[in-house]
Design a protein around this ligand. Structure first.
Ligand SMILES: *[C@@H]1O[C@H](CO)[C@@H](O)[C@H](O)[C@H]1NC(C)=O
Ligand SMILES: *[C@@H]1O[C@H](CO)[C@@H](O)[C@H](O)[C@H]1NC(C)=O
Ligand SMILES: *[C@@H]1O[C@H](CO)[C@@H](O)[C@H](O)[C@H]1NC(C)=O
Ligand SMILES: *[C@@H]1O[C@H](CO)[C@@H](O)[C@H](O)[C@H]1NC(C)=O
Ligand SMILES: *[C@@H]1O[C@H](CO)[C@@H](O)[C@H](O)[C@H]1NC(C)=O
Ligand SMILES: *[C@@H]1O[C@H](CO)[C@@H](O)[C@H](O)[C@H]1NC(C)=O
Ligand SMILES: *[C@@H]1O[C@H](CO)[C@@H](O)[C@H](O)[C@H]1NC(C)=O
Ligand SMILES: *[C@@H]1O[C@H](CO)[C@@H](O)[C@H](O)[C@H]1NC(C)=O
Length: 473
């Protein structure tokens, strides 16, 4: 020890000396070993500078970590385990004209002049206010609003009044084997009357790519059954969606026109989101009356989140169960927001929007909660329309429903590429005409392909590629 520059003459010095001698951290040994005090100073300076730099880097790295940045990773995978989407289709026209004429006209005559004869002035004034019409409303929309309200308030049995798939489905093939109207499940929709959903059983069919391995439907729109006013287009509303998600064809669907073959090439996309605190977004599912969130986010996220009652669309779950598809309906932001909007309407305007809830569905939501069944909003009249518009404005501006409805942590979607082409060819129609007319006696004698083009539509749905995976980590 004597040959070294410093003599350890105190306990503290000895401790420092031992540290410098035995530490595995770089630099200290240099300070300790050198004999000249100039070199020792240099060593000390260099060591301190390097250690300073090291501490700085550690601070930066820890700071970065607590910013909770995300990385979007996109993986394009070829997977054999993709499931074919469920297909929901509805005729654009909710009530058949023949049903409408024979039923509603009759009841109208009975109702005229029932109890208004000895109304007071006051009652008349109130009544006249509710009958005021907005002067800028499009006539077609007015007829539609009145029809939706009629379906709700008269509790019309849409099974009878709407278009039946038995009379609309001319041909159905899936992967070259025949299917029929029995493969579809019927449910009721305020805007379209009868809607039909087809779910392809999982694992029963391979999900290969190309039109030959897809679903092909030939559909008869029954143009002669359309209401004379209000519906300017004949055709179908179609949505391609995961079977577990409640379909909203009015928002997420597309229209299939007669006289054309519509090709829908789909690609499955999966999105995984990270829960809070990553990237400041939030994800979680809200089911029924209880909030189900990943446990680590429960206390951090949105403290005043109300339980959201998605049960307004419980009917879809029941329909799937009835038809033996034992899948539960999953949470979607769309269903949550639409149900939140309905609840706001009931709270503020004492009515429900009948364009996407039927009376039966509303009853099943309100009755178990001991609430009286609300009326339909009379959107064709000024007083009701004002209230509805106000609620729409406030729910969007204050983001009330967005706050209640988080995005799901796991989502599936089908990306669609839709193309269409004139159909059928004249000579093709000549060859198939008799087959179709045998199959559907209700189909009027249509001798020329040009006539057919106002009534018959073809729809093809197939995978164009396997799937795409999106992950937010
Ligand atoms: C595909 O799904 C089936 C059933 O869900 C499973 O048994 C099989 O292992 C899956 N195959 C792959 C490659 O993931
Ligand atoms: C009209 O008023 C009379 C007496 O005010 C009442 O007895 C009668 O029931 C009322 N008629 C209707 C249809 O309300
Ligand atoms: C209400 O309207 C009816 C006809 O539409 C009219 O005869 C009556 O005078 C109106 N009453 C009031 C109080 O505005
Ligand atoms: C509606 O009509 C169908 C067919 O006629 C019938 O089976 C069904 O029970 C009716 N539904 C209601 C709620 O009346
Ligand atoms: C249609 O229904 C039949 C009989 O229930 C069944 O055998 C067939 O697999 C179904 N087709 C599709 C594509 O689901
Ligand atoms: C959330 O907060 C409640 C009380 O406010 C507490 O009982 C619960 O343990 C907390 N949960 C978590 C995951 O921290
Ligand atoms: C609804 O009312 C019935 C009887 O009036 C009662 O038994 C039931 O508990 C009530 N349900 C709710 C959810 O309040
Ligand atoms: C629906 O939820 C189940 C269970 O939570 C999950 O396994 C499934 O992948 C979900 N399906 C879709 C399409 O998100």
């Amino acid at each position: 020890m004597a040959e070294h520059g410093w003599e350890p003459n105190s306990r503290r010095r000895k401790l420092l000396f031992d540290f410098a001698e035995y530490t595995s951290a770089h630099g200290f040994i240099g300070i300790q070993r050198t004999k000249s005090s100039f070199k020792r100073a240099l060593w000390a300076l260099a060591t301190l500078a390097m250690w300073g730099l090291c501490m700085y880097q550690i601070f930066v790295a820890v700071g970065k970590y607590f910013e909770y940045n995300t990385v979007v990773s996109i993986q394009i995978k070829h997977s054999t385990n993709v499931s074919f989407p469920a297909v929901t289709l509805c005729n654009l026209n909710p009530l058949r004209a023949s049903w409408h004429l024979s039923n509603l006209m009759k009841s109208k005559k009975e109702n005229v002049l029932s109890d208004k004869k000895n109304w007071t002035e006051e009652q008349w004034r109130e009544f006249n206010i509710t009958q005021q019409k907005p002067d800028d409303m499009n006539e077609e929309d007015e007829i539609k609003y009145k029809t939706f309200e009629l379906i709700y308030s008269k509790n019309i049995n849409l099974t009878e009044a709407g278009h039946s798939l038995d009379k609309m489905l001319l041909e159905c093939t899936f992967q070259s084997s025949k299917c029929s109207a029995a493969n579809f499940t019927r449910w009721h929709h305020g805007t379209y009357g009868n809607c039909y959903t087809m779910i392809i059983p999982r694992n029963k069919y391979p999900s290969f790519i190309g039109p030959l391995y897809g679903l092909s439907l030939t559909l008869y729109a029954q143009d002669f059954e359309y209401m004379p006013t209000g519906w300017s287009t004949a055709g179908f509303r179609v949505e391609v969606h995961p079977a577990e998600y409640v379909p909203f064809p009015e928002d997420q669907g597309f229209t299939v026109s007669p006289g054309a073959v519509t090709s829908v090439a789909v690609k499955q996309v999966r999105v995984d989101r990270m829960p809070l605190p990553y990237d400041g977004t939030d994800c979680g599912d809200v089911k029924g009356d209880d909030v189900v969130l990943p446990p680590e986010t429960v206390n951090q996220s949105l403290p005043h989140r109300e339980p959201v009652l998605q049960n307004m669309f419980q009917f879809y779950s029941d329909v799937l169960r009835r038809d033996g598809y034992l899948e539960k309906v999953n949470y979607t932001t769309q269903a949550c927001i639409k149900s939140c909007y309905q609840r706001q309407l009931v709270k503020r305007c004492s009515c429900v929007d009948p364009s996407f809830v039927t009376r039966e569905q509303a009853r099943r939501y309100f009755e178990p909660r001991n609430m009286s069944l609300p009326d339909a909003c009379k959107m064709a009249y000024l007083s009701s329309l004002r209230c509805v518009r106000k609620v729409v404005k406030e729910t969007t501006e204050q983001g009330m429903c967005e706050a209640e409805c988080p995005q799901s942590c796991y989502e599936q979607e089908y990306l669609q590429r839709i193309t269409s082409n004139l159909w059928p060819r004249t000579s093709y129609y000549a060859s198939i005409k008799d087959v179709w007319q045998d199959q559907l006696p209700s189909m009027e004698a249509m001798n020329e392909a040009t006539k057919v083009r106002t009534n018959i539509a073809k729809l093809e749905i197939y995978f164009e590629a396997r799937h795409l995976l999106l992950q937010f980590q």
